[in-house]
Design a binder for this molecule. Sequence first.
Ligand SMILES: NC(=O)c1ccc[n+]([C@@H]2O[C@H](COP(=O)([O-])OP(=O)(O)OC[C@H]3O[C@@H](n4cnc5c(N)ncnc54)[C@H](OP(=O)(O)O)[C@@H]3O)[C@@H](O)[C@H]2O)c1
Length: 253
Amino acid sequence: MNIVVIGSGNVASHFSSAFVEAGCRIIQVYSRTSAHAQALADTWAAPAITQLSDIDTTADVYLTAVKDDALEAVLSQLPPTLNGIVLHTAGSVEMAVLHGRARRYGVLYPVQTFSKKKYVDFGHVPLAIEASDAETLESLSRLAGLLSGRVFLCNSEQRLALHAAAVFACNFTNYCYSIADDLLNEHQLGFDLIRPLIRETAEKVMQHKPKEVQTGPAVRQDVQTMDKHLQLLQGHPDWVELYDALSRQIGRS
Ligand SMILES: NC(=O)c1ccc[n+]([C@@H]2O[C@H](COP(=O)([O-])OP(=O)(O)OC[C@H]3O[C@@H](n4cnc5c(N)ncnc54)[C@H](OP(=O)(O)O)[C@@H]3O)[C@@H](O)[C@H]2O)c1
């Protein structure tokens, strides 16, 4: 199967590797920044382009993985006559954005966090799929099945909720790790000290509902402890605001 990759960031890079591992061929890479397009294209000995007017019209699949806010503008530059399936990978963007932009289209949303620095085994990544018609759904389902053992149907409304859930579970959590890192560093302590705690917190929710295993001063309503923490954090009003908001929500749950 021949694939054109549109975008050269985290998701475009990881999907490209997974496609190649599954026996597909990357035949072209587009990105608006020439050096980025070239870097990813070189990995697969494919041509790089920076103008969508130069797109290879013979591909079976066009995988679009650009910044959510740029998706419509990028799609609007695709020739409307493409025969291949045009896909986007965004959790929060409805499939309808592709309507009128391609004959056959769909969504391939990976429920995972991707950074170029870190290898991800695609075989375990849940892939949410949605397609324009039954025939395209069958093709997309087959393609997704080459990449992962966990492919499921998900409409645009469900996908938006899934994406918001992922923001809570991953992006916000990671931001809290970053606050913890800064706080530890301010007190000459290393982030390594809390890595076992982070691992155990994540492992617990593999077997239990998060609410059942919530610990900490907010769930115990240890008011004096929370006051001490707020006092300690006075130099960081943003952290105080977040600590207070989260503690109040945990206390009410
Ligand atoms: N990262 C994740 O964990 C993850 C997980 C699931 C789904 N997604 C979705 O995957 C998509 C890509 O995310 P990502 O993490 O790969 O992003 P990223 O690493 O930040 O890469 C963004 C890509 O978008 C391109 N871009 C940015 N602004 C553009 C514009 N105005 N016009 C054209 N291209 C533009 C960039 O091009 P240049 O750098 O070449 O200029 C780059 O190739 C998003 O829809 C995101 O919601 C991400």
